[in-house]
Design a binder for this molecule. Structure first.
Ligand code: NAD
Length: 351
């Protein structure tokens, strides 16, 4: 066996249909008494409901989270948390809301209790992102790792099917890259394979019947595992491509992951045979790249960058930006390889 370092991400996880009922108990477990509840404007009703459940343990709601955490939004939320004397934040929503919680925690050190309602997996990582002057910067800091995560599949029943599917592929992308990460290890390998298996099964169930609680539970369980492996391994070419496309052209996050993943896997296929074999076993497919592409199409997701707002004229610049500060990748890449990959993803060609 190769030698390795495994960094656990020590969160307390409470997983059950109806688990949100345990919220007051979990706030008390944190030793907190003054929770500020965060959400996006679209999920304000959820934030209000959670604040009501908390009663005197809540100091109010802040329903202003937006995607990619603009620094101005982060500053206002930090000020509000300080003004209200909050001693913890409850982030109820997807990666954007968890991201706002992380921006508060990064400066104040306040503990985060996350209640994820998508499958993005951010709640299990010490990775934060902040956008300033049109540039998204990411970093790692243990202060931003949520201390408690409440996974309640009932809260994801209303996540629209299209978003459920792309969000699921976002999570699968974390696991796929963890399998061939520079610091991959046997523990993250097991979690990644199980996460991909659970999501593949869960997404198919959800596409057939969005109200299916077992399917929703499988997706959320898979999201947990995939998020956890993202949190303890480093990212590679796929995430680099998505960060460039999302940060510079503001393409939708989960949709970008869905369109890029088959091509990133095709690019790395020969260089990471063990990882590909594990993805294939988890998905019951004979080719990891083609299997991901086919499943995305079958579940109704967009598989081309042009469908989600990318312009063909910008592909040259995107390839240059990826090459400017490349991440580790199992297959060393050239600009021509990246440009070809982007072309395939732009037109949605089956790898
Ligand atoms: P999101 O949080 O932006 O949510 C998208 C929309 O769906 C929002 O309007 C939200 O309110 C709504 N929504 C969420 N859950 C819902 C539900 N159950 N029912 C109805 N509507 C619901 O989307 P996302 O894909 O979860 O997060 C994307 C962001 O997360 C990006 O900024 C990305 O960079 C970040 N992210 C970070 C990490 C990390 O480790 N730091 C990991 C993954 C994603």
């Amino acid at each position: 066996m190769k030698s390795f370092v495994y960094q656990a991400t020590p969160s307390r996880v409470v997983f059950a249909a109806g688990a949100v009922e345990h919220l007051p108990r979990e706030i008390e477990w944190l030793g907190a008494r003054r929770a500020l509840v965060l959400s996006t404007p679209q999920q304000e009703a959820l934030a209000t409901n959670i604040s009501q459940r908390l009663g005197q343990l809540s100091v109010g709601i802040y329903p202003r989270a937006v995607m990619h955490v603009p620094i101005e939004v982060a500053r206002k939320a930090r000020d509000e948390a300080a003004r209200l004397g909050a001693d913890c934040v409850v982030a109820a929503g997807g990666g954007s809301t968890v991201g706002l919680g992380k921006a508060i925690a990064l400066e104040s050190g306040l503990p985060i209790l996350a209640i994820p309602t998508t499958y993005a997996g951010s709640e299990m990582t010490p990775i934060y992102g902040l956008t300033e002057a049109g540039l998204k910067k990411t970093g790692r800091d243990r202060r931003v790792l949520p201390r408690v995560v409440i996974y309640d599949p009932l809260l994801t029943i209303d996540l629209p099917v299209a978003m459920s599917i792309t969000s699921g592929f976002n999570a699968i992308a974390h696991a796929a890259e963890a399998l061939y990460a520079e610091n991959a290890n046997p523990i993250t390998g097991m979690m990644a394979e199980e996460g991909i298996r659970a999501l593949t099964h869960g997404m198919t169930e959800v596409a057939n019947n969005p109200g299916d609680l077992d399917g929703r539970s499988d997706c959320l369980y898979g999201a947990w595992l995939c998020g956890a492996v993202l949190g303890s391994t480093s990212m590679a070419l796929h995430h680099k491509l998505c960060h460039v496309l999302g940060g510079t052209w503001n393409l939708p996050h989960a949709e970008t992951h869905t369109a890029i993943l088959p091509h990133a896997l095709a690019c790395n296929y020969a260089a990471a045979p063990e990882a590909m074999a594990r993805i294939e076993r988890a998905m019951k497919t004979s080719n990891a790249a083609g299997g991901i592409f086919d499943l995305a199409k079958q579940l109704g997701a967009s598989v081309s960058l042009r469908e989600i707002g990318m312009k063909q004229d910008d592909l040259d610049r995107a390839a240059s930006l990826v090459m400017e500060a490349p991440y580790y990748n199992p297959r060393p890449t050239t600009r021509a390889t990246i440009r070809g990959l982007l072309d395939d993803a732009f037109f949605g060609r089956r790898p």
